[in-house]
Design a protein around this ligand. Structure first.
Ligand code: AMP
Length: 285
């Protein structure tokens, strides 16, 4: 496995499949790598870069875990051909263009609580795509808003790159894997799966004919029952993150998949999660 540190090394390396990450790799990242391995589009490259532009001033950039040796081993064991580990100067040479995330996609959900976050994401992803020109890039549903914003970015600026979405990997109790779960105290860790449980309750309610406000209300009620106040609970379309504020959810889902998403803090840790509601899913569950 090659470790590429410089932008020019990267440009010379033909990339087929690309998995961008911030490191502290876990089975969620592993699922992206596995999905990429199943494709045959050429060399598989993982990037590890803790992107300062996507952290707010009061966020955890400094303390974000950076177990580089372990991460490299993780990639090597999974047959990754090269890992790109740029520093901030390689990523953002002076005068490098900052890109704004589309306001219609980045305004709600996490964007409302993390101003500038998606501008930072889009700027980093665009730079990585420019350097690597991948045929395919893999992103997780765990960060659904990010995935939808990156899809738009690719459509508009990188049409040769196909964005592939990978299902969220969870612990056995339902908690979505995240590098930030390591911050949770043992007590908070016990409570953390309630976020996913609440979202599932919301989806069940939708299945049983609930309206949009009732569906969101069901999620909030479950969280209130465990004394947990979410930052947001929102129901939106997957296609363009349009807010679904009224009407029967089942009916709306018949016209396109919906995203029921929430964020909530436990101590200093911010957790996000989501479930999707689609007509076919409703029939099968
Ligand atoms: P991060 O290192 O947190 O920036 O995540 C890198 C990529 O891994 C993103 O596309 C995430 O959506 C994805 N990812 C993170 N956690 C999970 C998970 N539990 N399941 C699936 N994908 C994930």
């Amino acid at each position: 496995m090659r470790v590429l540190e410089r932008a020019d090394e990267c440009k010379a390396f033909a990339v087929g499949r690309f998995v961008p990450t911030m490191g502290a790799l876990h089975a969620g990242h592993g699922a992206l790598i596995e999905a990429a391995r199943r494709s045959d589009r050429g060399p598989l490259v993982v990037s590890i870069f803790v992107n300062p532009l996507q952290f707010g001033p009061a966020e955890d950039f400094e303390r974000y875990p950076r177990p580089m040796e372990k991460d490299l081993q993780f990639c090597e064991e999974r047959g990754v051909e090269a890992v790109f580990t740029p520093n901030a100067m390689e990523m953002y040479p002076s005068g490098h263009e900052r890109i704004a995330a589309p306001a219609d996609l980045a305004g709600g959900l996490c964007g409302r609580f993390r101003p500038g976050h998606f501008d930072g994401v889009v700027t980093a992803v665009a730079r990585l795509f420019e350097l690597l020109s991948p045929a395919e890039a893999y992103f997780g549903w765990k960060d659904a808003q990010q995935l939808i914003i990156v899809r738009r970015l690719a459509e508009e600026r990188f049409p040769a790159t196909r964005i592939v979405a990978v299902e969220t990997v969870r612990e056995s109790d339902g908690l979505a894997l995240s590098s930030r779960n390591a911050y949770l105290s043992p007590e908070d860790r016990k409570k953390a799966p309630e976020l996913y449980r609440a979202l599932r309750k919301g989806r069940e309610a939708a299945l049983e004919g609930a309206t949009a406000p009732e569906t969101v209300g069901r999620v909030r009620r479950h969280l209130a029952g465990v004394s947990w106040e979410p930052e947001y609970v929102e129901l939106r379309t997957v296609r363009d993150l349009e807010e679904v504020a009224s009407g029967g959810v089942a009916l709306r889902a018949a016209h396109g998949t919906l995203l029921l998403a929430a964020a909530a803090r436990l101590g200093s840790t911010r957790l996000i999660d989501n479930v999707r509601i689609s007509a076919s899913r409703m029939e099968s569950e």
